[in-house]
Design a protein around this ligand. Sequence first.
Ligand SMILES: CC[C@H](O)CC(=O)C(=O)O
Ligand SMILES: [Mn+2]
Length: 342
Amino acid sequence: MTNEREILITEVALRDGSHAINHQYTVEQVLKITKALNDAGVPFIEVSHGDGLAGSSLQYGLSRTNEMELIEAAVSVVDKSKIAVLLLPGIGTLHELKEAANLGAKMARIATHVTEADVAPQHIAYAKELGMETVGFLMMNHMASVDKLVEQAQLMESYGADTVYVVDSAGYLLPDQVRERIRALKQSVGINVGFHGHNNLSLAMANTLAAIDEGATRIDGSVRCLGAGAGNTQTEVLIAVCERMGIKTGVDLYKMMDLAEDIVAPILQVPQEITKDSLTLGYAGVYSSFALHAKRAAAKFGVDSRDILIELGKRKVVGGQEDMIVEVAAEIARNNKQVTLS
Ligand SMILES: CC[C@H](O)CC(=O)C(=O)O
Ligand SMILES: [Mn+2]
């Protein structure tokens, strides 16, 4: 790998990490974590419901605290870092985008399924109008060919996105696949290229390093790994690895380690690790945020959650189709019963 690289980290524990704690963040926790991230020098801190602005619902999980209160709290303690928000068109609307911008959010990450960038132009244009930096966040990246990805990234660029991300929502991609994708984007778009990994196959760090090596400069990390499924690339570890490799992040390693150990670890109800469910997500190519829903459906219908996830992978279910989880669980339970009876 070449040295003298510089990357800008977006910390996602206060958004993707919200999945890991059932969207139970309090204002006090957000204040403490954001202040520590700001002091450590993290450039961007994303704060939203795990499924983006307005995600709080029975379908996606109810937030304990209104996310606008969390955004306001985060903004109140930063003097260096910028607060980012995630928005999935169809879940969040221009209304929430405006509210977040009015509270002081400076970056809007507009997330679409990897083949559906064309639902984003209105949101990207409005975020720009509100003076925000914009990101086109192409989720479930493994579900499109490299050519399709390039086409969709070019659409994001044409809508005015400042950055386009390869989002490995399922933690399914292998390092060579990440390389191929980032390389193709670097050759075909003129905007920043970013990478967001999930650790379901224990490849988040390897994939992130492959992305950086191919020229990705916007990188997502999550302190103590807090994120959907097995979590994201662990920020404090990434900082240490980047220091060893001569890649500049501008983030203070000791401060990040202290934040992880003293503030974030005690919030976790269970340690963030690769469980049989998160491993199955990565193996089957399923949306990381489906893990907890599948676990609940498995308990309700008395079936193995891995069978549900494997079936969801076969059906190529995407974000927004959470209702399919219960349907699949019920179907597996019916089939199991028939086998027992026959
Ligand atoms: C539902 C939004 C999703 O969690 C966004 C994301 O982080 C991903 O696709 O990995
Ligand atoms: Mn994610």
